[in-house]
Design a protein around this ligand. Structure first.
Ligand code: N01
Length: 497
């Protein structure tokens, strides 16, 4: 069986886009193209190259199941190794010839009559395809803080996800805004270089030690058991996220760790979290608390009033003079956003449909947007295990959808509205008793009104079970006798490249 008379467009070349492309290739499908806004593959692992950037999930599980890497040097790999791994995957599976770099997608619209998507790319002719697959990820757009005066600051100000390696930090007075996953990795790296480090914290986070270490080659080369053992160890963490009562054990461990690491009771109090563990991502670090305890570091908790040309003014009236300001303030995730303007059947725009919170079926398909597949879409994110596991589940599901579509000559597949509604009602019900729904729990997983549109409320293996096969009965599948012919003329420009 072949899909060769169809055209598939994938947007993005991170784990999701590459994982999808490799799977197509392995199935003998060649007529697909990947659109990448940058000049290299890697997605978030290409863009987040701040000092100390590393994964907080062990690499043997934070990698493709079909491509074990015997070269990881540590249990939790640094960013450069993960980027190398993704480049290696692109090369080994000959994906690069399918990639159009410097291709920023501006919009995409679906034509109901032909069952085709038209994809508009900045500075390039539009592209048509039958299936559009988004591998654009949730953590690709840096969020700068909404603080008055941000633009008035006269020194270098940048985001961890857009690190300025050209800005010298040695001997400078540096301010870091935020104490999330990125901040706790970058702070221990900066602290030994700068003259003074001021960390502006809004909410203290839960931190546990990281069981990191050198990973000997012999223990990992193709080691199926290592992968499985790590997967199940991390999978167990879901228990406490789903049953908040169990979280007291994790909290106790974290408090003991804080007490052992931070001797100063005032600093310790400032670093003590005030919400239930797991509500926000649990952070893993062996050196964050040590860095915060050094004499050149100051933790500022008075709240930022505004940014001034020479530094940051806090609500207690103090003006902190700074040579450089770094925003470790996360990403634009839970807002009702799609990566670009996506116009579905009947002219509906995805970001408008999602204005009160993103919604999909199995985090992958959306009513009103036929032939569109989203990898790591709404409520498919994890707080406890490797997202690559979810990506591979969705890739399997999409692959099965494409196979069935070809076999049955469907011109379009669209998830039924009743199915999507029932699925999301269930998701919200499952979320209700979890840590993410506890009082005072606010995180980037939620919309401004508090709806969690990001997290999969269960074990990752239950997601895998639900996505093993494309469940055509949940979809409105339209048949067309001219599927191949309709799309064929659009294939030529792609193949002439
Ligand atoms: O971002 P965050 P991140 N004034 O949103 C603070 C992944 N990741 O880049 O908690 C003052 O977690 C904000 O405060 P508060 C991972 O999935 C993975 O660190 O909102 N402060 C918080 O402290 C992670 O969850 C790895 O009150 C402001 C911080 O900025 C996700 O990326 C490594 C503020 C933002 O924390 C995001 O992590 C790094 C303001 N106006 C990241 N606005 C791995 O290891 C925000 N903050 C795989």
């Amino acid at each position: 069986m072949s899909l060769s008379h169809e055209t598939i467009v994938i947007v993005g070349t991170g784990f999701a886009g590459l994982g999808m492309a490799i799977r197509l290739k392995k199935s003998g499908i060649e007529n697909f193209v990947l659109l990448e806004k940058a000049d290299e593959v890697g997605g978030t692992w290409r863009d987040n190259h701040y000092p100390g950037a590393a994964c907080d999930v062990p690499s043997p599980v934070y990698s493709f199941s079909f491509e074990p890497n015997p070269n990881w040097t540590r249990v939790f790999s640094p960013q450069a190794e993960i980027l190398e791994y993704l480049k290696h995957c692109a090369d080994k599976y000959q994906i690069r010839s399918h990639i159009r770099f410097h291709s920023l997608v501006q919009s995409a619209s679906f034509d109901e009559k032909s069952g085709l998507w038209t994809v508009h790319i900045e500075g390039q002719p539009a592209l048509m395809c039958r299936f559009l697959i988004l591998g654009t990820g949730g953590l690709s757009r840096p969020a700068y803080p909404d603080i008055p005066g941000l633009k008035d600051y006269q020194g270098p100000l940048f985001h961890t996800a857009a690190w300025r390696h050209d800005v010298p930090l040695r001997g400078k007075r540096v301010g870091v805004i935020g104490t999330g996953a990125s901040a706790i990795q970058v702070i221990p790296e900066l602290v030994h270089e700068v003259q003074e480090l001021k960390v502006f914290q809004r909410t203290p986070a839960w931190v546990l030690p990281k069981a990191d270490g050198v990973l000997p080659k012999r223990s990992q080369a193709g080691n199926w058991f290592l992968r499985k053992a790590l997967y199940w160890r991390f999978e167990m963490r879901a228990l406490a996220l789903l049953k908040p009562k169990l979280m007291r054990f994790g909290q106790k461990m974290a408090m003991e760790y804080l007490e052992e690491q931070v001797k100063d009771p005032v600093l310790r109090k400032k670093l003590t979290p005030r919400y239930i563990m797991g509500c926000k991502r649990v952070l893993l670090s062996n050196d964050f608390y040590q860095a915060m305890s050094l004499p050149q570091t100051r933790l500022i908790t008075d709240g930022i009033e505004r940014i001034k040309p020479g530094g940051i003014k806090t609500r207690d009236g103090v003006e902190h003079e700074l040579d450089v300001v770094i925003c470790a303030t996360g990403f634009q995730v839970a807002e009702a956003t799609a990566p670009f303007r996506i116009v579905g059947r009947s002219g509906q725009v995805l970001s408008e449909v999602w204005k009160d919170g993103a919604q999909a079926y199995l985090g992958t398909t959306v009513t009103g947007f036929p032939n569109l597949f989203i990898i790591v879409g709404p409520n498919s994110g994890l707080g406890h295990n490797s997202i690559v596991f979810i990506i591979e589940s969705q890739v399997q599901y999409i692959m099965d959808a494409l196979r069935q579509a070809l076999r049955s000559r469907w011109s379009s597949v669209e998830v039924r509205p009743d199915v999507q509604v029932a699925f999301n009602d269930k998701i919200q019900k499952l979320l209700a008793p979890t840590v993410w729904s506890r009082e005072h729990c606010r995180s980037w997983y939620q919309t401004p009104s508090g709806k969690n549109t990001t997290i999969w409320p269960g074990f990752s293996f239950t997601f895998r079970l639900k996505t093993l096969q494309f469940d055509a009965a949940a979809y409105d599948c339209r048949v067309s006798e001219t599927v191949g012919e309709t799309v064929q003329p659009q294939l030529n420009p792609l193949h002439s490249r």
